[in-house]
Design a binder for this molecule. Structure first.
Ligand code: FAD
Length: 484
């Protein structure tokens, strides 16, 4: 008599990889069967919010490339990845019924939207379903409980975890998987094309920092190439604020965002680098940045939907003028301020922007232009190939002064940023050859002094006004807190 093989289904969400895969720990790969599933949820990707689709073509291409590679890897291991388009809470219960699945597994996500979908899936599912805790870089036993106690300020979090917690070790991957038998007429589903999803197949601007290709193997290759072959980690702390070229920072973020690369894997390789090559402030600093990522994920888990409100998790009631024309200038890179325009054109043309650039343009939109920071966060969501709800909304609320920031008013002085980070004007000349290419050095940052058009915003006065608005709102906020 044949012994009944337990059938598992694993739902891939933002862990689109084989290495360090928590879902592979949910079953016994030697004796039990497994099949994977990935669902493209139109609410998350093709829906229109604020006048544009939530996922633009650069990000979607990267995601679909990642899925294609994951499917090939699952097949190589002997299993399959089913692909569907629709609402997970409708598709997954049906699918588990059709295939007679015994156990269904997924990894919880920190985002409030993702969590409500998880709950809906579980509520409708007849099969035994298990949600693993959200992925963490550190050994955190129960991220939900940990998040409830999370300090509001990154530096307190960092000091606490560096004293008490270890970095998690990447998990080993099984070599083979036992397949789940599917009926003869069962369709595994095709990977959609950009065209089928209503997206224009845009070619990334060749001026971008690098050509990003989705998928686990490209992510792992980038990790080895940047860290070991190029040996760039040893200088990372000195170069990370630059804006030009492939090497100033790791560029791991697009792979980390979809989970084609795991943060534990990156940290583990940085420790190997320290053993094999050198250990210095830079080698530590990459993990410091990964801790920021970890902090924002826990911060989202703690604050839930309030992170997406205008007043942010700290509930600071800042009002905005919200001039749609200003927003259009910002997102299209036509403000007349080279440092803003170059960064915004890079984002639109390639789906990437440096961390320095992101901080500058975020401060500029919410402070100088007096536009609701969430409009900017949504535009980033659409464009960024590394879009990650926790990092994007966490950083945006921080930049707007309504998030995890202990200090008072923070606004960027654009001229100073230009002097510090693009003193020769090479970055702006690359992205705005017609506007500033004929000028030299710092004059590229002030074309209006050389016959160019006046910018749409006067930078220093608008920043002063923003400070006044922020101080008034903070005073009301403090009074309200004291009155509680
Ligand atoms: C307004 C704004 C929006 C942002 N939106 C996103 C986003 O949607 N997705 C995203 O991954 N990052 C976001 N960031 C953080 C940061 O800009 C990017 O992670 C970084 O620029 C990616 O490039 P890199 O991989 O070369 O980074 P590196 O400098 O090489 O850093 C290594 C890794 O550390 C993590 N990291 C670094 N800085 C941060 C940070 N400030 N917050 C969280 N994680 C960080 C990333 O995973 C990154 O890949 C945002 C920052 C700002 C200011």
């Amino acid at each position: 008599m044949n012994e009944k093989v337990v059938k598992n289904m694993i739902w891939f969400r933002r862990q689109l990889r084989i290495h360090d895969q928590p879902l592979f720990e949910c079953f016994d790969s030697g004796t039990e069967g497994v099949i994977g599933v990935w669902v493209l949820d139109p609410r998350e990707h093709t829906a229109q919010v604020g006048g544009f689709t939530r996922t633009g073509s650069h990000r979607m291409r990267f995601l679909l490339e990642t899925i294609a590679e994951l499917r090939a890897a699952m097949r190589r291991m002997g299993s399959e990845l089913i692909i569907r388009i629709g609402k997970p809470e409708q598709i997954l219960p049906e699918l588990t019924e059709t295939l007679g699945i015994d156990r269904f597994h997924f990894v919880e996500e920190p985002g409030s939207e993702e969590r409500s979908i998880e709950r809906a899936v579980i509520n409708r599912m007849q099969t035994n379903a298990t949600g693993l805790s959200p992925e963490t870089l550190l050994e955190i036993e129960d991220p939900g409980t940990f998040a409830r106690e999370l300090p509001e300020v990154f530096s307190s979090f960092r000091r606490h975890v560096e004293k008490r917690l270890d970095y998690g070790q990447p998990r080993p991957a099984p070599e083979r998987l036992r397949p789940v038998k599917t009926p003869a007429d069962f369709e595994s589903g095709e990977i959609p094309t950009l065209d089928q999803l209503g997206l224009f197949d845009e070619v990334a601007d060749p001026r971008g920092v690098m050509q990003f290709r989705g998928g686990e193997s490209s992510g792992l290759e980038r990790l080895e190439q940047w860290m070991f072959h190029g040996d760039h980690l040893q200088h990372y702390k000195q170069t990370r604020n630059e804006m030009l070229g492939p090497e100033y920072s790791s560029k791991f973020s697009p792979w980390l965002a979809v989970g084609a690369l795991s943060s534990r894997q990156v940290a583990a390789r940085s420790f190997s680098y320290e053993e094999e090559r050198t250990k210095n402030e830079s080698t530590y600093w990459l993990r410091f940045e990964l801790l920021w990522r970890e902090f924002f994920r826990l911060h989202l888990l703690k604050h839930g939907a309030s992170l997406f409100h205008r007043t942010g998790p700290i509930d600071l009631d800042l009002e905005y003028r919200n001039d749609p024309e200003m927003f259009e200038h910002w997102r299209n890179g036509t403000t007349g301020i080279p440092l803003i325009d170059a960064n915004m054109r890079e984002l639109k043309g390639t789906g990437f922007m440096s961390n320095r650039g992101r901080q500058i343009v975020a401060s500029f939109l919410s402070k100088n232009m007096n536009v609701d920071w969430r409009w900017g966060a949504r535009w980033f969501e659409r464009c960024l190939i590394d879009y990650c709800p926790a990092a994007n909304w966490g950083n945006w609320s921080y930049s707007a002064g309504v998030g995890a920031d202990p200090r008072g008013f923070r606004g960027f002085d654009i001229a100073r940023q230009a002097r510090s980070y693009d003193p020769r004007g090479d970055y702006v000349a690359k992205w705005l050859p017609e506007e500033v290419g004929h000028l030299d050095g710092m004059s590229r940052h002030a074309p209006w002094d050389h016959g160019g058009p006046t910018p749409v915003v006067e930078t220093s006065r608008s920043l002063d006004e923003a400070r006044v608005r922020w101080e008034a709102a903070s005073m009301i906020h403090r009074t309200r807190l004291e009155g509680r």
